[in-house]
Ligand binder design. Sequence first.
Ligand code: ZN
Length: 335
Amino acid sequence: MNTGSGTEKLRMFGDGGAEAMRKKSAAVVGLGALGSVSALLLSRFPLGRLVLLDRDIVEKKNIGRQWLYSEEDASDSLPKAEAAKARLERFACCPLEARDVNLDAEQAELLFGECDIVVDATDNFDTRYMMNEASVKHRKPWVYGGVLGSGGSSLFIDHTTGPCLRCVFGDTPAVGAEESCDTTGIHPSAPTMIASFQASEAAKFLAGKNDRVERGFFDMDLQEARFATIKVAKDPECPVCGAHEFPRLDNSPADEVRELCGGESVLIMLKGRKFDLSELERRLKSEGAVFSNRFLLRFEKEGVRMTIHSDGRVLVHGIPEGKKAMSYASRALGL
Ligand SMILES: [Zn+2]
């Protein structure tokens, strides 16, 4: 860990910034294009701890836009959280913790319970609405961030002093606000811009400079060179920050089956199940091609690939339909 340069850059946050930060912990959720930059920036502050959370493994297609990863990380099938930690540890000014998990309701509560602030670098509103509920329940702020095309937006969310995500976007975000699965249309500078804004607002909060945190909705478009901060207000009828209703935390499904972006893969989350990967490897190697490292086991047969993690996560690639993927996994894994 780099202990030398963490304090110097804190001059702009005024007296006591470094001392305040040492007592705080932050998390970055999602370590793709946005999260790579947020994590890179936040890791250079003298925080008490920085948690890096992502459920995916590094793939070759990630390398161009996700700056923390190398070709070797993809070849070795490393979890993004572990690869990011290994890369950042070379120059980080704070202890790093990798969490190679799916952010379900349980993990969201754990994260918001432990950390002082959470930076959103996910790519879907389902997860963000769940994070929003956890933020209100645990009275911890978070920083929303999203990019689309050449545009992007961000908002520091602290429901005790301003609106929550539900207040701003309503039940579901307006058409056009949801990111597309197709990231090829994203301006390469847009994630960097939004992640920098998010990290800057998070850093002000972590340094104890709450009065300097921007409370407006930051919105920008690089093609038009447009940057604006829009005033947003609390919805007095908001069921989340007003009535403290948390449907996504309280009614989370037993097992989760989610068809993923790109239409080729299905993520299955088997709650409460732990896999013994060595035992599975012994069983599966006579039936198809098997690859393993200390984080996961991959099984491939007749064009279908399953990536299995010990925490009950199974990614099925090659069967795009949820129910069929679940029944394939059940048969292959003997569930
Ligand atoms: Zn609200």
